[in-house]
Design a protein around this ligand. Structure first.
Ligand code: IPE
Ligand code: IPE
Ligand code: MG
Length: 259
């Protein structure tokens, strides 16, 4: 997508010892970076704070991650904010998160305008509280003609539910005589996922050290490179993103072939 060299240099001034902008090849940045933002609760607990304060702190990291991704020239940044399984959490925490999504989105709309970011949602929004749904729709409407990076927020997202939904839609098309069962291939399935039209993630980052997918983008991550950091999400910075990209660029992606 291209990037603004001067802004980028300024943004990445004052490097820590182990990483600097020179460690990454700007011609080979990943197109789509996806993040499982994990560890908000533990970050808060470790400081004697309520878990909710971890989520509030996590919003600041997300804001920085969006800016960083624009500066580095990613085409897509997607993040896992709330899973279909997260409804199991205490009602108070769920309510706080839903409210936080709504208030944050309103607050960050100027950032999306300034950075030409187009918003997208992954997941079933029907089940969300009205306040959250209305604000999400406003975000979609207001950024619809932006032409820069796509920022995809996964809320009430679960990969298994997503794939089941795709199967239902395809089955309905066959039943209606709109397609042959034999025409259902991998591309047809991809076209019925929430990520329709987006490239698959090149790089998946998970914070807080957990080595699992937690029902996230099971289909789309088939050939993604994984980067796990022990850093809790509220501590994740622009430098961590650079470390992740450096690691990505050192990988040998084979896609099943030989080199
Ligand atoms: C991730 O942090 C944010 C959401 C799932 C909404 P967690 O809340 O899962 O934090 P930990 O994993 O309990 O530390
Ligand atoms: C995954 O994190 C979901 C999000 C980050 C939104 P969880 O904290 O819910 O995952 P588990 O329960 O540790 O697998
Ligand atoms: Mg967690």
């Amino acid at each position: 997508m291209g990037f603004d060299e001067k802004l980028l240099q300024e943004y990445y001034a004052d490097s820590p010892d182990d990483i600097s902008l020179e460690d990454v090849d700007m011609a080979r940045v990943p197109r789509h970076v996806s993040i499982i933002m994990d560890g908000n609760g533990r970050w808060a607990t470790a400081r004697g704070l309520d878990r909710s304060q971890g989520h509030v702190a996590g919003v600041e990291s997300l804001r920085e991650a969006v800016t960083t991704s624009v500066r580095l020239g990613f085409d897509v940044l997607s993040v896992y904010a709330f899973s279909t399984e997260n409804w199991k959490r205490p009602q108070r925490e769920v309510n706080l998160l839903m409210h936080l999504f709504a208030t944050t989105l309103v607050k960050e709309l100027p950032l999306f305008h300034q950075e030409n970011v187009r918003l997208r949602f992954l997941g079933d929004l029907e089940a969300l509280p009205e306040e959250t749904r209305l604000v999400f729709q406003r975000g979609l409407d207001e950024t619809a003609d932006h032409t820069g990076m796509v920022f995809a927020l996964a809320v009430n997202y679960g990969s298994r539910a997503e794939i089941a939904r795709a199967a239902r839609e395809l089955a309905a098309e066959v039943a209606a005589g709109e397609r042959e069962a034999g025409s259902i291939d991998a591309d047809a399935i991809s076209d019925h996922l929430y990520t329709k039209g987006l490239p698959d993630p090149d790089l998946l980052i998970r914070t807080s050290g957990e080595l699992r997918l937690s029902n996230y983008l099971l289909w789309q991550l088939a050939y993604s490179e994984f980067y796990v950091t022990d850093t809790y999400w509220p501590d994740f910075t622009r430098w961590d993103m650079l470390r992740a990209v450096r690691s990505f660029q050192a990988r040998d992606r084979r896609f099943g072939g030989v080199k």
